[in-house]
Design a protein. Structure first.
Length: 176
């Protein structure tokens, strides 16, 4: 593969907030076009003050990573501690807080590359547990994706949103 075809992953920072929001907005447009509005809604993330603050916080905390092809962001990964709406782990872990990829590059294994990077980070930190949660509604495609990446279902959960109940699934991957 030439250098333009090589996926690279780098640490992100505050200057990457617009790129992450663009990836999230693109993923939302893709979901909406397929009638899948229950996962993230239909409004752009870039216009949601709560999401904007969250992405800025991720960028400032040093746990944001960008996947790039030829210097162009095509995916984002955020790792850190678990979110409050899932059962806590009973051992140290690395938690995938965000995984999003550019749909124009579907099939290039960008998500798989970012998850492999998360696994590498966990191993470097001496951790044996990598966890992630995802939307559990619809046809279950997102759960099946994570299972295809070596994760196992652990606990379902529900988040009460202002207008509906959001079904989620917690998954884990053992690294040993």
């Amino acid at each position: 593969m030439g250098s333009d075809d090589e996926l690279t992953v780098r640490s992100g920072g505050p200057g990457d907030v617009p790129a992450v929001l663009a990836l999230l907005d693109g993923a939302t447009r893709w979901l909406v076009a397929r009638g899948r509005v229950d996962q993230w809604g239909s409004a752009p993330h870039s216009t949601n003050p709560r999401r904007l603050a969250q992405v800025r916080r991720w960028a400032a905390d040093g746990e944001l990573y960008l996947a790039e092809l030829a210097g162009t962001p095509v995916g984002a990964l955020v790792v850190g501690g678990a979110v409050p709406h899932v059962p806590p782990a009973d051992e140290p872990e690395l938690y995938v807080n965000l995984l999003v990829t550019h749909r124009a590059h579907a099939g290039r294994r960008i998500g798989a590359g970012l998850l492999a990077y998360a696994e590498r980070l966990a191993r470097e930190r001496g951790l044996d547990l990598l966890r992630v949660d995802c939307y559990a509604g619809g046809d279950g495609a997102l759960i099946r994706y994570y299972e295809s990446q070596g994760f196992t279902r652990t606990a379902p959960f529900t988040v009460q949103l202002p207008d509906r109940r959001w079904p989620g699934q917690l998954l884990e991957r053992r690294l040993s």
